[in-house]
Design a protein around this ligand. Structure first.
Ligand code: PSU
Ligand code: MN
Length: 308
């Protein structure tokens, strides 16, 4: 058997050993989701937000062919400053480990690594989903498949309105992924608190989410849960205001034939530019809010015993 090349930081390992709350964080948002210096600042602020709630942050990346769970500030800064870092998802994670590559992890790859380390909660910005024009492109993020297969509770601000949101919700339903609004009955759309669509389930407290995670394990169900935390009101960009920026970015992507892995980073960068940084500020605010909620869910899970 090949042993998995994984390094868990001493702080994260000690917390997991003692059954203390741990929250995983992804790094594609650092390398492909935000420009410097906001990318590193946001990543460090998310770690601080998790600590402030009494949990331990575990930022995940692949460095020289090893999974690292819990990055030093130096390692995180180096990743944030490197250009051309690979964006690793389910399809490329094993390959990157086999050839000794360095890469950031998407929601899907971060879930795989979190599970390997024994971490049950993960906070991100927004998940990937079904892209608009899926009839032509067949572009559906591997994040949806991973949510169906890997038992990690993912805290997001919903899915970006650059996606086909009704189809994204249908795909999650088909795959048996619980989509849980945090104190809302509306499916949030990343920069906006309300996508115009209802969310299937609503949680009023962290304990409900922690218990549902364990109940899925008791049922023998694979897969995780998607928690949808609406962006804080002060930072929100209502759908009607962000829609023209999305449409413009999409038109540019079509004109330049941007597709596949490059599409999400391209659209995010264009929308940040078109909104003169307002979308970036919103992105930062929602990541921090998700980190805080993820930590509170991890605390609730630790209270009801070790996650399984
Ligand atoms: N949300 C963000 N910024 C990002 C992403 C999500 O605010 O950079 C990343 C996540 O890592 C997610 C990925 O898993 O985009 C989805 O990419 P794709 O659509 O290629 O699966
Ligand atoms: Mn894709």
């Amino acid at each position: 058997m090949t042993t998995l090349p994984i390094t868990i930081s001493p702080e994260v390992a000690a917390a997991l050993e003692a059954g203390r709350p741990v929250v995983a964080l992804e790094t594609t948002i650092v390398t492909h989701g935000m420009p410097p210096p906001d990318n590193l600042q946001t990543a460090l602020a998310a770690e601080a937000a998790i600590r402030a709630e009494g949990a331990v942050p575990a930022t995940i990346a692949v460095i020289d062919g090893r999974i690292h769970v819990g990055l030093s500030p130096e390692a995180l800064a180096a990743l944030a400053a490197t250009e051309g870092v690979l964006k690793l998802s389910r399809a490329d994670l094993a390959w990157a480990l086999a050839i000794g590559a360095t890469g950031s992890t998407t929601v899907a790859a971060t879930m795989i690594c979190a599970r390997a380390a024994g971490i049950a909660v993960f906070a991100t910005g927004g998940i990937g989903g079904v892209h608009r024009g899926v009839e032509e492109s067949l572009d559906i993020s591997a994040d949806l498949t991973e949510l169906a297969e890997t038992p990690v509770t993912v805290v997001s601000a919903g899915a970006k309105a650059i996606l086909d949101l009704p189809r994204t919700l249908e795909a999650l339903e088909t795959r048996g992924v619980p989509v849980i609004g945090w104190r809302t009955r509306r499916f949030p759309a990343f920069w906006s608190r309300d996508s115009g669509l209802p969310v299937p389930l609503t949680a009023e407290d962290e304990g409900q989410i922690a218990r549902a995670h364990r109940m899925r394990a008791a049922l023998g169900l694979p897969g995780g849960q998607l928690v949808c935390n609406p962006i804080p009101e002060a930072a929100e960009i209502p759908l009607a205001e962000i829609a023209p920026a999305i449409a413009a970015a999409e038109a540019e992507a079509r004109a330049q034939a941007i597709a596949g892995k490059a599409l999400t980073p391209f659209l995010l960068a264009r929308i940040n530019a078109i909104t003169a940084g307002r979308a970036l500020a919103a992105n930062r605010a929602l990541v921090l809010a998700n980190a805080r909620l993820g930590a509170r869910i991890a605390v609730a899970m630790a209270r009801c015993g070790r996650p399984s």
